[in-house]
Design a protein around this ligand. Structure first.
Ligand code: RIB
Ligand code: CA
Length: 362
């Protein structure tokens, strides 16, 4: 009888251990998947499991800061960069990405993608990042050129060659991603996860009161990607508007006196910082925070599981992403897709800023 009890007790212990190790990023609770395990074995396996990523970017100055964080992280294996219109014209985006990679001694290939949105005409707007997207400081003289291939083909070929392993960090409009979904939806279903800087999250927009710039640039692209129901982690503008993750004169001064990356970025931020200061604000840096969600997972304190619906009508709601939280009263309503979005709703601001300034000044 005793051995049966002992066996049962052992069995229960095994079940409890297995369950405790199966945490996932839960809505409304502290993210557990991002918590590094204390056991050496798990930590070692975590260190060897670098994320294989493609970074899709419209290569303005905050995108460049995101590329610096990505290029200097042990967590990422950058397979390639795909660029598109957005902050700046396409040719500037390619050069800005190439120059930033060169600064960080990273040889990842750069592929050129969409030069305009899926449907609407690209609106020429003042680039708050400067004419060249990098503060107009004569910084951009890359030695390398972009690859001859097309960005969408690079995305599809890379995912197809390593099914279930490749992740995309999307920090501009989603036009390239939408074109890949439209061209080969089955291959895009093999993408492990898309980490997106975009949407207002649960806050206000910066392109319109209800729309964030990356979505507003091509809401039809967001609609296409959302309907593909790919696993996505979404960093909305609301998280970037937290005071403690915005750059002030103090950080700008420290960066200007920092290492080569800090000096480069303080110059690249010249125009964006001036634009924000003229409006009485400190400077948001959305794209590096999006990269930090992946390279510094403990920064993400909470996510909400949602599904999202893009507004693409010809009205004031254009570019709004309506986020329906799982488990809310909206569950009863008819849905377009699944609850495939993990929307970041709490971050450790100090962890981010300490990490960001360390990359720029140590
Ligand atoms: O709204 C902020 C986003 O729009 C950032 O990605 C910025 O670089 C611009 O692309
Ligand atoms: Ca961007």
């Amino acid at each position: 009888m005793k051995c049966i009890k002992t066996t049962l007790a052992c069995l229960m212990a095994v079940i409890v251990f297995l369950l405790s190790g199966c945490g996932a990023v839960n809505s409304d609770t502290k993210s557990t998947a991002s918590k590094e395990s204390t056991s050496d074995t798990t930590v070692k396996s975590t260190k060897t499991q670098r994320h294989k990523v493609i970074i899709d970017t419209d290569a303005g100055s905050d995108d460049a800061a995101a590329l610096v964080l990505a290029a200097t992280s042990e967590q990422l294996d950058i397979l390639g960069i795909t660029v598109l219109y957005g902050n700046v014209p396409l040719e500037n985006a390619a050069k800005n990405a190439l120059m930033t990679l060169e600064l960080c001694d990273v040889e990842a290939p750069v592929y050129i993608g969409a030069k305009k949105p899926l449907k609407k005409e690209r609106e020429e707007m003042i680039s708050v990042h400067g004419e060249d997207g990098m503060g107009d400081q004569d910084l951009i003289h890359p030695k390398r050129s972009a690859e001859d291939g097309d960005a969408v083909d690079f995305i599809l070929d890379t995912i197809k060659s390593d099914p279930g392993e490749v992740e995309i960090i999307a920090i501009g409009p989603l036009t390239n991603i939408a074109l890949a979904v439209m061209k080969d939806p089955d291959t895009m279903k093999l993408c492990k996860r898309i980490w997106v800087m975009g949407t207002t999250g649960f806050g206000a927009g910066n392109a319109t009161p209800v729309s964030e710039f990356n979505v507003y640039s091509d809401a039809e692209a967001y609609d296409t990607v959302l309907r593909a129901e790919l696993p996505m982690t979404v960093l909305g503008l609301d998280m970037c508007a937290i005071e403690e993750v915005m750059l002030t004169n103090d950080e700008m001064t420290k960066m200007a006196q920092g290492n080569a990356k800090g000096v480069y970025m303080s110059k690249a931020f010249t125009k964006l910082f001036a634009f924000e200061q003229e409006n009485g604000n400190n400077m948001m840096i959305p794209d590096p925070i999006a990269v930090a969600c992946l390279i510094w997972p403990d920064m993400v304190l909470e996510t909400k599981t949602c599904y999202g619906e893009a507004c693409v009508g010809n009205d004031a709601a254009y570019g709004q992403i309506v986020l329906y939280q799982k488990g809310s009263i909206y569950e009863a309503m008819p849905k377009i897709g699944s609850y495939n979005l993990e929307v970041v709703t709490k971050i450790d601001a100090k962890l981010f800023m300490d990490g960001f300034m360390s990359v720029m000044t140590d």
